[in-house]
Ligand binder design. Structure first.
Ligand SMILES: O=C(O)[C@@H](O)C(=O)CO
Ligand SMILES: [Mg+2]
Length: 252
């Protein structure tokens, strides 16, 4: 198994380039981030080249304070497309494979239509550069009112748009809180999955603490033939190095 360090949560005490170096030193095979826009892309690219780690993904902007993405917000289409452009430009400058297009807090048919419109734009633009667009259902405890909450909703949107580069971000943490049944869902949804993330449930801490047995889940993912690095997207609650005991068996 190979793992990707999510630098939105891990090593947040370091600059993004130094966090990339720390992830390499700890044995991660890849990195991913949330919103890297305050760091010049050239600095991130240099750290990626120095370490040899790929950047797997980054997110579109959340928008104004209190917002959590713009793509499903009726009347905000121009801003949503600008966020997509910003993310794809940063991805091009850092050779990042995927962009997670964040839906935002919205409900109802108009939000659905807005989200489909933004994703249609995003997938067409991303396809020109061979990049993937990800959509991610978030749980109702952390993101109450978020538009995208279940894997059923996500796969129905993916089917409606029909773009081969539109994929599901299967975050085991969110899926466990909303739906459970991780093993069956991972198996059934494998064709639509573009990236997998994980964290301990329910505290979103290190993965070897909580109600999910990740040693079992990781073995199941391996047995399904999935070979991409899995995204460690958890809040360490202290020095990241002190939380990496779960990783050690996979580095031998
Ligand atoms: O799970 C998450 O929260 C993230 O993957 C994210 O992209 C930001 O909401
Ligand atoms: Mg996630």
């Amino acid at each position: 198994m190979r793992f990707s360090a999510n630098l939105g949560f891990l090593w947040t005490d370091l600059s993004l380039p130094d966090a990339i170096r720390a992830a390499k030193a700890a044995g991660f095979a890849a990195v991913e981030c949330h919103w890297p826009y305050d760091t010049p892309a050239a600095e991130v690219r240099a750290a990626l080249e120095e370490t040899g780690l790929p950047m797997l993904g980054l997110n579109t902007s959340r928008g104004n304070p209190g917002e959590n993405g713009l793509s499903a917000l009726p009347g905000r289409g121009a801003k949503a497309r600008a966020a997509v452009d910003q993310a794809l430009d940063y991805a091009a400058a850092t050779d990042t494979g995927a962009v997670h297009v964040m839906a935002g807090f919205a409900q109802g048919p108009e939000a659905h239509a807005a989200f489909v419109e933004t994703l249609t734009y995003a997938t067409a633009r991303a396809a020109e550069a061979g990049r993937t667009i990800l959509i991610e259902p978030l749980n109702r405890y952390d993101a109450p009112g978020y538009f995208l909450t279940t894997t059923d909703q996500a796969t129905s949107i993916i089917a409606e748009i029909g773009a081969p580069n539109l994929k599901l971000m299967f975050d085991c943490y969110h899926v466990q809180l909303m739906e459970g049944d991780l093993s069956h869902r991972l198996e059934a949804l494998q064709p639509q999955v573009g990236h997998i993330q994980f964290a301990g449930v329910p505290a979103r801490g290190r993965p070897d603490v909580g109600e999910v047995n990740y040693a079992h889940v990781f073995a199941h993912i391996r047995d399904l033939g999935y070979t991409m690095p899995l995204g460690a997207e958890y809040k360490p609650g202290g020095p990241t190095e002190d939380t990496l005991g779960w990783l050690a068996p996979y580095l031998r």
